[in-house]
Design a protein around this ligand. Structure first.
Ligand code: FAD
Length: 456
């Protein structure tokens, strides 16, 4: 039994927690980082990084199948899932080692074990009492299911999907959001038959409607099947597979069913409520400066309502560390955080959709330009289709950018600056975009909106 005292105690060592710990220690605070599993959390071990490694294997498979199109003769001999797993694990392990080194080098005290908030300044880990002048809650999220749908056997979550040591022949996926389409894309490239079931009217339903529709066309072309605007009614499983019945009576048989219907906050039974932290349906409520109602207790990342993204968690971690150190950092609103859906094709966006911008400013105050990547030299070389749509206020700034195409996630940075800095298309149009890059397409859209289209 021991008591240790710190300036800051961080509960949860995922993207948000470790970012907060690193920034706070850089600012001279003594920090304890409590993690029950592995520092790096969901993103590094079960989310962003391993899934992107899988997607890269999938992309290489597609390229090698089609390599003769580029004048390169190769023989595609299929997928070696054990080698895919080794490649993916090596990347995660390498990043994990790097992160452990970073945390150690910053002088952060890591405490391994499950923590529980026992007072506004105390976290109990087994027999050890860890006391902080401030505490950050950063316990992350878990894969949710739906009422009447039990996870187990052939009904799996993204965590199990990552660890599958075989490629299923037929996959059903419940949920056509970011995680569902990411796995759909991978499994299709690996040779599986894929069926997505989405309750909302579109795949990637939170994106600009025209982008969601393009995405659906692209998936259809790849042979990925989907049912939209419909819910599942029942799911049964036996030795032969899993049997999904939809509310219209349609049925699908598959080897596995991936449930990708969103993520819930990990906050249950951690002492938050007992200490008096205000919660809403399991999420921790904070003010815009990420302080809870309990003085000295902050919350960041997936447990705070809003976008559940690693880069939001990083930023919130840095923000709270600076707040505690008295630096008065600037609040970044969720509305201006870039979002990327990783699949083939990719979707990337920042800011308002046309519908939301119209709601906010009125239809007559909004104009947009949708630049087709068919006009872009690099896209033709890569053989990819897609578009970049820029939404602006008439005689005003860019308020939203929406992209679809190969690797458009790499292009969202400039769009993000435009939206966050409230740049006008007229400010960006004269800037020189390197040729030939897909990034030029954003410049072309800005030129068109500034009234001087070039290749449009
Ligand atoms: P987490 O990363 O979940 O970390 C929370 C940590 O707290 C965990 O390590 C957990 O073990 C620990 N913990 C929980 N309870 C306790 C306790 N009582 N005591 C001690 N420790 C505890 N986001 C992106 O931005 N880009 C992507 O490409 C992307 N891909 C994803 C793919 C998948 C399949 C999934 C599932 C998620 C993906 N995400 C992606 C989301 C991203 O992983 C999360 O938004 C991010 O990890 C949230 O960070 P966090 O710090 O809030 O929580």
């Amino acid at each position: 039994m021991s008591e240790q005292n710190f300036d800051l105690v961080v509960l949860g060592g995922g993207s948000g927690g470790y970012a907060a710990a690193i920034r706070a220690s850089e600012l001279g605070l003594s920090v304890a980082l409590i993690e029950k599993d592995k520092v790096g959390g969901t993103c590094l071990h079960r989310g962003c990084i391993p899934t992107k490694a899988l997607l890269h294997s999938a992309e290489v498979a597609d390229v090698s199948r089609e390599s003769s199109k580029y004048g390169v003769n190769t023989d595609f001999h299929g997928i070696d899932i054990a080698a895919v797993t080794t490649y993916r694990r090596d990347i995660v392990e390498h990043k994990y080692k790097g992160l452990q080194g970073l945390v150690k080098a910053r002088g952060i005290t890591t405490i391994t074990g499950a923590g529980r908030l026992t007072s506004p300044s105390t976290v109990q880990v087994g027999d050890d009492t860890i006391v902080g002048k401030n505490v950050i809650l950063a316990t992350g999220s878990y894969s949710r299911s739906l009422p009447g749908l039990e996870i187990g056997g052939r009904v799996i979550t993204s965590e199990h999907a990552l660890e599958l040591d075989y490629i299923p022949n037929r996959v059903a996926i419940l949920g056509g959001g970011v995680i569902g389409v990411e796995f759909a894309s991978v499994w299709k490239s690996f040779g599986a038959e894929v069926q997505i079931i989405e309750a909302l009217p579109h795949l990637v339903p939170n994106e600009e409607e025209s982008i969601s529709k393009s995405f659906e066309r692209a998936f259809k072309k790849r042979g990925i099947a989907f049912s939209l605007g419909i819910r599942f009614q029942s799911v049964t499983q036996d030795d032969n597979g899993v049997h999904v019945t939809l509310e219209d009576g349609k049925t699908f048989d598959a080897d596995i069913l991936l449930v990708a219907v969103g993520r819930g906050p990990v906050t249950n039974d951690l002492g938050y409520e007992e200490v008096g932290v205000t919660m809403d349906r399991g999420f921790v409520l904070t003010n815009e400066r990420l302080a809870t109602n309990v003085p000295g207790v902050y919350a960041i990342g997936d447990i705070v309502p809003g976008l559940q993204l690693a880069h939001r968690s990083f930023q919130q971690g840095i923000f709270v560390a600076e707040e505690i150190a008295g630096l008065k950092p600037i609040v970044v609103e969720d509305a201006n955080i870039p979002k990327v859906t990783y699949s083939d094709p990719e979707v990337a966006s920042v800011g308002l959709t046309t519908a939301k911008a119209t709601e906010k400013y009125g239809a007559e105050k909004i104009s947009s330009y949708d630049y087709n990547l068919a006009g872009n030299g690099k896209s033709s070389i890569l053989g990819t289709a897609g578009s970049i749509k820029v939404v602006r206020v008439v005689d005003g700034p860019v308020v939203g950018v929406h992209m679809i195409g190969a690797r458009v996630g790499e292009l969202i940075g400039e769009a993000q600056l435009a939206v966050n800095w409230e740049a006008y298309p007229e400010d960006i149009a004269p800037l020189i975009h390197a040729h030939p890059t897909q990034n030029e397409a954003l410049g072309e859209a800005m030129l068109a909106l500034a009234g001087k289209p070039l290749h449009a």
